[in-house]
Write a protein that binds this ligand. Structure first.
Ligand SMILES: Cc1cc2nc3c(=O)[nH]c(=O)nc-3n(C[C@H](O)[C@H](O)[C@H](O)COP(=O)(O)OP(=O)(O)OC[C@H]3O[C@@H](n4cnc5c(N)ncnc54)[C@H](O)[C@@H]3O)c2cc1C
Length: 339
């Protein structure tokens, strides 16, 4: 079997939409492939997915494999593993990257076991050492330390990478690449069947998985006022988080605490309401993509980190945002004719 080598990204789609982490990984994979002087390929598994090749090519994939079959329309652990293991064994990339999503967390370990190789999960940074081995950084001890791992012997070197950490890069529509469509056959009798996908409830989802977070701190002032933090989160479909002062005041449970003795989070949006920005808090949320801070003290340290700084009383600002969000939701429902 010829060895193609190179970097391969398992590009995840759901309902015909590429997950953003897949675009992030193609951009990152492009950088690794360039440094190695090798090819970058991407694989999409699903049904009727031809149009998903283009965005991956525009971000630098040299080749896109489409494993396209009606039987692959929704995630099926055994069939996806069979189809991808066969493709990887045939083409033998040296590095395989997957998003650390619910599907990636299930699929990548199955694949690694099938391919008899190692897997590093929840990676937050990728680089190459002088021998061209991929150096994988992942948080340990709840984000309080980092582990740096290489896989010197087994191939491919496999990793799942946390969503939202890397840039999606700038697409170049002039790029072209080979697209290969394959229709894998389901060889074995499937023992599992996915019956339904239920979207996680932001109220109960683990904070480390949350895409958007509204966090309240000591400035919230009372249990009664805390309701505003919850209402803003609800209006945005976000999860609620808290500083330690808010947890100590019992406005939120300890599982909602962000920071040194709480959770490390990396959402796309973090709204800090009445949080001073003490280092013990910010070390848990500094990697959020967009930080909006509301604080009545213009010198509050949180503003040094914020992308958007709102100086003022959260008791006035938060209700105004909630009202505006409700108006926007209502007018969008009205325009869609929702009763
Ligand atoms: C070992 C150790 C570990 C720790 N671990 C953590 C941790 O994991 N997480 C954590 O969060 N903290 C942690 N802390 C505590 C940390 O040092 C801070 O005390 C804490 O983060 C402060 O919380 P806060 O900013 O919400 O409250 P405060 O310090 O009380 O600040 C409240 C802020 O709200 C503003 N404010 C007040 N009223 C309003 C209003 N009406 N509108 C707008 N703004 C207003 C104020 O200007 C102020 O900036 C730890 C401390 C230690 C020593």
């Amino acid at each position: 079997m010829p060895s193609e080598g190179g970097v391969c990204v398992l590009a995840e789609q759901r309902g015909g939409q590429l997950q953003e982490v897949s675009l992030e990984l193609v951009s990152e994979g492009r950088k690794l492939a360039d440094k190695l002087g090798e090819q970058l390929s991407a694989v999409v598994v699903g049904s009727d997915i031809a149009e998903l090749a283009q965005p991956l090519i525009h971000l630098g994939a040299n080749k896109v494999w489409l494993l396209d079959s009606p039987l692959l329309a929704t995630y099926c652990p055994e069939f996806y593993t069979d189809a991808l293991a066969h493709l990887i064994e045939t083409n033998r990339p040296t590095i395989v990257l997957s998003g650390d999503t619910a599907i990636g967390q299930d699929l990548a370990p199955r694949l690694a076991a099938r391919l008899k190789t190692g897997l590093v999960t929840e990676c937050t940074a990728l680089s190459l050492d002088e021998e061209g081995l991929v150096v994988l950084t992942k948080p340990s001890y709840g984000g309080k330390a980092s582990s740096i791992v290489v896989c010197p012997k087994a191939r491919p070197q496999m990793a799942t990478v946390k969503p939202g950490i890397m840039d999606t890069g700038t697409p170049d529509p002039s790029l072209t690449a080979e697209v290969v469509k394959l229709t894998p056959e389901c060889s074995s009798e499937l023992k599992t069947k996915v019956v339904d996908f239920i979207k996680a409830d932001p109220k109960t989802i683990s904070l480390s998985e949350a895409e958007s977070i509204v966090a309240g701190g000591g400035g919230t002032g009372s249990t009664e006022n805390w309701r505003l933090i919850e209402e803003l989160a609800e209006a945005l479909g976000a999860s609620v988080a808290a500083s330690r002062v808010a947890v100590d005041a019992r406005w939120a449970g300890s599982d909602r605490q962000v920071g040194q003795t709480g959770k490390t989070v990396n959402p796309k949006l973090y709204i800090a309401c009445g949080i001073s920005g003490a280092i013990q808090h910010t070390m848990g949320m500094k990697d959020a993509k967009m930080i909006i801070a509301i604080n009545k003290d213009r010198n509050a340290p949180i503003f040094k980190l914020a992308d958007v700084s709102i100086v003022g009383d959260l008791m006035e600002i938060v209700p105004a945002i909630i009202q505006r969000l409700r108006e926007l939701t209502k007018s969008s429902q009205d325009s869609q004719g929702v009763a």
